[in-house]
Design a binder for this molecule. Structure first.
Ligand code: 26W
Length: 822
């Protein structure tokens, strides 16, 4: 069949106007003259959708007919950012829409502002998933993203007297025009109850089988989102699940007057997809979180088996049809779920089912922090998912048997490798389960993958040769260059011609232009214009104004001690102290504006105190006349994808200063390099690869490398010794301790100071001196604007490797082995 049954409206200004007005009338029920901005935004979004739907339906049909191997990306988070602009870009409709709206007297830019971004993720992991589904669609890979449609995404951050306040993110209040609910395709997801055994006849023999008798269930309703590829006419699907009660009311209860009891079940069922856990890196071990995890993977596996397979599909072929990619441990409960479905529901033998399962999963690890590796107590898991716990036990028994066979009765090794940990409580190590079940396990940058093999899972690496691999993260050039930085995108197209957006290695061609003074001038002008745009945004948003000719020094990411926002604070305080003590004249100083963006997990007290300190330092530094405006600290609240799209293109300096061995990859680092910021960074995560590519001359390296960190721990790290030995560090810490940033109250930031002096798990004090040195080099380098611009161009030219398209190609080659696109 050549034509899909639905056709898109004509891609012309007139066609667009007609469709837009029709949507305004028919979908919103308003006339143009009486429509609100929200009406107009909704009608516009509907119009863009109308252009995508025919393609979408056709792609779904094609994927089903072909039955080729595809990817199910399982992720608890998708930090999507705004959809309108991306969908306009993908469909080449931006110009048409601009003109069409202008004909109706509407400014597209104003409608853009109407969209509340779906913040269905915490940070790097969720944003990576969003970049990956963009690349999967752009590379025409048959694939679907599965996740949770949280009613409330990551909290909205405000500051009160410098302290973080969390507000609910009610992103759905006005409705989302991008989602297609399909209640008729709901999956039932069960919980609780018990298991029992029963006997069946199998080829004349009686065999004992197990089954799960759950005690309650919920409905998982799919909400579909279109994921358009860039200029390739493809539209993939993101399917997010919402939980609702099975029989929304218990009618008999209702009739007998117990209204409260009747709604209770419904309310309870709906809490499962109510809110995103704002915890980043420290799992909470909360029952609701396990419910969320099981809820979405059970629905996804059920959905795949029910709707994506040809009728009568032979499940022994499943590994040729699908690979479930586990985005960290959050979806790992999918492993026993697939086993349960194959064995208990489809009647397959255990060994056959296990052989299939082991080929159908692959696991991506996103962390090195031991505290971030999820474990679930056996108590909780057994209560919520008793059959799954049995299955996990059996997987573990057979696995440990194989380990014994290979290594003998090395009890310590068995303990270390067991999926069940006995201490401090009996619990299931989800990363181990994923490693045992996964066909492949990957880290997210070279260094991370190496440390994963050598430090976190060495026994597994030995036991499973070839299972571990690396796929370095990437970011989508559509959102983070084309949309975020149209000035740079146009300059690149003028220099290199079209096509680089889907072939980012072509940025290499810019190396030659770095030598061209005219190109450098144009590049510098783009940067300056981006700073003006950011300044306007910040002024409207938070009342901040950027000063011209300041070096823009940016640190935006979740607030975590390992990321070391404190090191940045110490640098600022050091600069400030050198002015107020009279040792440095403000007029001799390179003017800098420091921008922070960071949310702290609501329960992470130290992180929240650091946010308070940053704001406190800002209000003192910004208002001290002795500084003569040479240092500015600004901290716009509620950093999110939308703000990132304005901040990243304006930055001169990108701060990537985690303690070596702690940041798995980082992806902000890539966005900055691609937008022509220079990095000051440690030898950590993907910084290592960025530096190798852009060259030492175009990167400010400082701090201990990972082996030096290990050596210092081994020797015994005493942070107070660094304090004693370094006068400038002493002055900075003393100034904070003195109450200079807390109206004389020494107690407010005392816990931060004490923590650094006596604990300092992330070795801030040990890296302080080299950091300050590197920052001095930054100041010197920035003084030669032309040389700086050249280095910035080389950063762009040499960062094409960090396209998420390349990451996805690596996944295909090293892990998924999916055939070329249809
Ligand atoms: C609730 C427990 C928990 C544990 C870990 C929540 C979230 C996590 C994530 C692994 C945190 C995360 O986002 N990790 C980041 O993943 C990025 C994408 O691979 C990397 O670039 C970052 O370095 C890594 O910190």
């Amino acid at each position: 069949m050549a034509l899909a049954p639905v056709t898109a409206p004509p891609a012309s200004v007139d066609g667009f106007v007609k469709q837009f007005l029709e949507n305004l009338n028919l979908e919103r029920g308003v006339m143009l003259s009486s429509s609100s901005a929200n009406d107009q935004y909704m009608a516009l979004a509907n119009t863009v959708r109308d252009y995508l739907i025919a393609r979408w339906l056709e792609d779904q049909r094609r994927q089903k007919v072909a039955q080729a191997k595809g990817v199910c990306y399982l992720s608890a988070e998708y930090l999507l950012g705004r959809q309108l602009d991306n969908n306009l870009l993908a469909t080449r409709l931006t110009e048409i829409a601009t003109d069409a709206l202008a004909q109706c007297g509407i400014d597209l830019d104003e409608l853009r502002q109407q969209e509340v971004e779906p913040g269905l993720g915490n940070g790097g992991l969720g944003r990576l998933a969003a970049c990956f589904i963009d690349s999967l669609a752009t590379l025409s890979v048959p694939s679907i993203g599965y996740g949770i449609r949280y009613e409330y995404g990551i909290f909205r951050q405000t500051f009160e007297n410098g302290e973080q306040i969390e507000q609910p993110d009610a992103w759905l209040t006005l409705g989302s025009p991008w989602e297609f609910p399909h209640p008729e395709n709901a999956q039932t997801v069960s919980f609780g109850g018990h298991t029992e055994t029963y006997e069946v006849d199998h080829e004349g023999e009686k065999v004992t089988r197990s089954r799960w008798i759950p005690s309650w269930n919920v409905q998982a309703v799919p909400y579909n989102y279109m994921v358009p590829g860039y200029h390739n006419g493809r539209v993939n699907t993101l399917r997010l699940w919402r939980s609702v009660a099975t029989n929304s009311f218990d009618l008999s209860g209702f009739n007998s007057g117990d209204y409260e009891e009747a709604v209770r079940a419904q309310t309870y069922a709906e809490t499962i997809s109510k809110v995103l856990y704002p915890e980043d890196s420290t799992p909470q071990g909360k029952e609701l979180r396990l419910q969320q995890q099981y809820f979405f993977v059970a629905a996804s596996i059920g959905d795949f088996l029910d709707h994506m397979l040809a009728p009568g599909y032979d499940l022994t072929n499943l590994p040729n049809r699908v690979i479930f990619q586990l985005n960290d441990t959050h979806p790992v409960i999918a492993v026993p779920e697939l086993m349960r479905v194959l064995v208990d529901e489809k009647g397959m033998e255990w060994d056959a089912a296990w052989a299939i399962t082991q080929q159908c999963f692959a696991y991506t690890c996103h962390t090195l922090l031991p505290e971030a590796l999820e474990v679930w107590s056996v108590d909780l898991l057994g209560r919520l998912l008793p059959r799954h716990l049995e299955i996990i036990y059996r997987i573990n028994d057979e696995f440990l048997l194989a380990v014994r066979k290979r290594f003998g009765d090395d009890e310590m090794r068995i303990r270390n490798m067991s999926i069940i940990s006995e201490h401090p409580n009996r619990s299931v190590r989800m990363a181990y389960l994923a490693t045992v079940a996964g066909a492949k396990v990957n880290g997210v940058a070279e260094l991370h993958s190496q440390l994963l093999r050598e430090r976190v899972l060495p026994d597994f690496d030995e036991f499973y040769p070839g299972k571990f691999t690396n796929v370095t993260n990437g970011v989508t050039p559509r959102r983070f260059i084309r949309l975020a930085n149209p000035g740079l995108a146009n300059l690149i197209t003028e220099a290199l011609g079209a096509g680089w957006t889907v072939d980012l290695e072509r940025l290499r061609g810019l190396e030659a232009f770095a030598e061209d003074p005219e190109f450098r001038a144009q590049f510098a002008e783009v940067k300056a214009a981006n700073k003006r745009v950011l300044s306007e945004v910040l002024l409207a948003r938070d009342g901040f104004e950027l000063s011209e000719d300041h070096l823009l020094d940016v640190m935006v990411k979740r607030l975590h001690e390992y990321k070391r926002q404190m090191l940045k604070v110490l640098h600022i305080v050091t600069s400030y102290e050198s002015i107020v003590s009279g040792r440095v004249k403000a007029s001799d100083m390179q003017a800098r504006t420091f921008i922070f963006g960071a949310k702290a997990a609501p329960g992470y007290a130290m992180a929240k105190r650091i946010i308070h300190l940053i704001n406190a330092v800002g209000s003192v530094v910004n208002n001290d006349p002795r500084v003569e405006g040479k240092l500015k600290v600004i901290f716009p609240p509620n950093y999110n994808v939308t703000l990132a799209e304005r901040v990243v293109p304006a930055a001169d300096l990108s701060e990537q200063i985690s303690l070596a061995g702690k940041e798995a990859s980082g992806t902000g680092n890539m966005k900055f390099a691609l937008n022509g910021a220079l990095t000051i960074g440690t030898d950590d995560g993907a910084n290592v690869e960025i530096r190798q590519l852009v060259g030492d001359d175009n990167f400010f390296l400082f701090g201990m490398a990972e082996p030096e960190v290990e050596a210092l721990w081994a020797k015994g790290y005493k942070p107070a010794e660094f304090y004693q030995a370094d006068e400038s560090l002493r002055r900075a810490l003393d100034l904070i301790a003195s109450g200079a940033f807390s109206g004389g109250d020494r107690s407010v930031f005392e816990p931060i100071v004490s923590n650094l002096l006596y604990d300092d798990r992330f070795m801030v004090l040990a890296d302080y001196a080299t950091y300050i040195e590197a920052q001095a080099k930054v100041d010197l380098a920035y003084a030669d604007q032309d040389a700086w611009t050249k280095a910035a161009i080389l950063n762009v030219a040499r960062s094409g490797f960090f396209s998420s398209d390349r990451s996805i190609r690596d996944y295909i080659e090293r892990i998924w082995h999916t055939p070329p696109a249809l």
